[in-house]
Design a protein around this ligand. Sequence first.
Ligand code: AMP
Length: 120
Amino acid sequence: MSYDKNNIFAKILRGEIACKKVYENEFVLSFYDINPQKKIHVLVIPKGEYINLDDFVDKASEKEIVEFNKAITHIVKMLKISNQEGGYRLLSNTGHNAGQEVPHLHYHIFGGEKIGKMVI
Ligand code: AMP
């Protein structure tokens, strides 16, 4: 499966579709989910063209992988939902069985309230 340059997050990265930005650096973009499932529901995506975590780990540089993870912890601190501030859940749907809708790697960050069951 090759990367689809017309997926919605690719369009957001190119500035063709607006987003409500939380954070951006050289490696990542983070924005609020358009259909929030919890009080805080934010997405984090790498700027590179990766379909999912498998693809990311196969193809991305060590720097991109490290910076992606560091950005997540930076964002949860920005949102005041770090471990010390209540905590959060990270979720990344990968492929068909997980119901991945957008074929560009993204992590959902949920927080701001009790998240509930691990798998619904
Ligand atoms: P997934 O099912 O894991 O692929 O999640 C895709 C997520 O992207 C869903 O939670 C959608 O609500 C969200 N989403 C789709 N389009 C947009 C958009 N234009 N801006 C922000 N979030 C979006």
